[in-house]
Ligand binder design. Structure first.
Ligand code: PBG
Ligand code: MG
Length: 329
């Protein structure tokens, strides 16, 4: 009686495969990152992110409407700030009429039901390209948290539904939650980049926003004193648990593909929505390999996205969102 069990029966054709498929991708899974710049009529392709663009506010409107029509209902906003507006404390981040604040209003104006999340960190506003304030060669934690809390209030005032602190300062979730509550933004959510690793996969993103750490004496060249060491796994649980206790509504693991063990650990440890950020370098790798004809773009894209969800993600922040949704619809 060899063999009793024949697993291949369940793989015979697409009908049976789809019947037993465990992980299904839908537009509801995605959070779409958007890069915003000053100007008008601007839709400029990011060199290291083929087919991904920076939009001026007028062109952002079209893009947001398009996303909505595809069933993509959540965006994550990032802004590219002029060098002249950058300083060590990221003062421009608090400008009530700053680019981020106007971008939030623009999205809500054309698409009131679109969920708007905003990046909260100093790097796009920092003259040193760091997520926090630099003093004597160090990124100072507590003073940075104060700015992040003010920044969060400013985003909430402009109409953001969720703020997404991506800076990895200690205690910032509590600082932001208390600040939002004190300003009566009790319904404004926090998606915390809880386990964010110091990754070389962020390179294209830093090109997109011109936000890489500067090469200067007494300024750290990398973000390793605040973002996590990629050799560590248990630490991700500790970081995530603290953020949940401090009031995070959604926690995140970032980057995606190299960190799916972490995603599964977090999934098995906590009963809270988990976001995974498939970052710019992951996007760029597939674009480059498929341009060379070395990988089949759409198949690999779907395999990657499905793997992220299979690992335990509830939410996937991905530059592929639009392409995936078009592929599966
Ligand atoms: N704090 C900024 C921020 N928010 C998201 C990313 C990376 C996203 C990507 O690579 O797609 C980064 C870059 C960084 O930490 O240097
Ligand atoms: Mg932390």
């Amino acid at each position: 009686m060899f063999p009793i069990r024949r697993n291949r029966r369940l793989r015979t054709n697409e009908a049976i495969r789809s019947l037993v498929r465990e992980t299904i991708i839908s537009p509801n899974d995605f959070l779409v990152p958007l890069f915003v710049v000053e100007g008008s009529g601007v839709k400029e392709e990011i060199a290291s992110m083929p087919n991904y663009y920076r939009y001026s506010l007028d062109r952002l409107k079209e893009e947001v409407k398009l996303l909505w029509s595809l069933g993509l209902k959540s965006v994550l906003l990032f802004v590219k700030v002029d060098d002249a507006l950058k300083d060590n404390r990221g003062a421009e981040a608090l400008n009530p009429n700053g680019l981020m604040q106007r971008a939030i209003k623009t999205v809500k104006e054309v698409c009131p039901d679109m969920l708007v999340m905003t990046d909260v960190a100093l790097d796009p506003f920092s003259s040193f390209g760091h997520d926090g304030i630099v003093e004597n060669g160090k990124i100072v934690n507590d003073a940075t948290v104060e700015v992040l809390a003010e920044m969060s209030i400013s985003h909430a005032e402009a109409g953001a539904d969720f703020v997404a602190p991506s800076d990895m300062m200690d205690g910032r979730i509590l600082g932001i939650r208390e600040a939002l509550d004190q300003s009566n933004f009790i319904d404004t959510g926090i998606m915390s980049y809880s386990a964010k690793y110091a990754s070389a996969f962020y390179g294209p993103f830093r090109d997109a926003l011109d936000s890489a750490p500067v090469d200067m004496q007494n300024v750290p060249k990398d973000k390793k004193t605040y973002q996590m060491d990629f050799a560590n796994r248990e630490e991700a649980i500790r970081e995530t648990e603290m953020d949940i206790n401090e009031g995070a509504d959604i926690v995140m693991v970032k980057p995606g593909l190299c960190y799916l063990d972490i995603v599964r650990d977090v999934r098995n440890s906590f009963d809270i929505p988990i976001a995974v950020y498939q970052v710019s370098g992951e996007y760029a790798m597939l674009k480059a390999a498929s341009e060379k004809g070395w990988l089949d773009h759409d198949s690999v894209m779907l395999e990657q996205i499905t793997s992220i969800k299979r690992a335990g993600a509830d939410i996937i922040a991905s530059y592929f969102a639009k392409e995936v949704v078009r592929l599966i619809s």
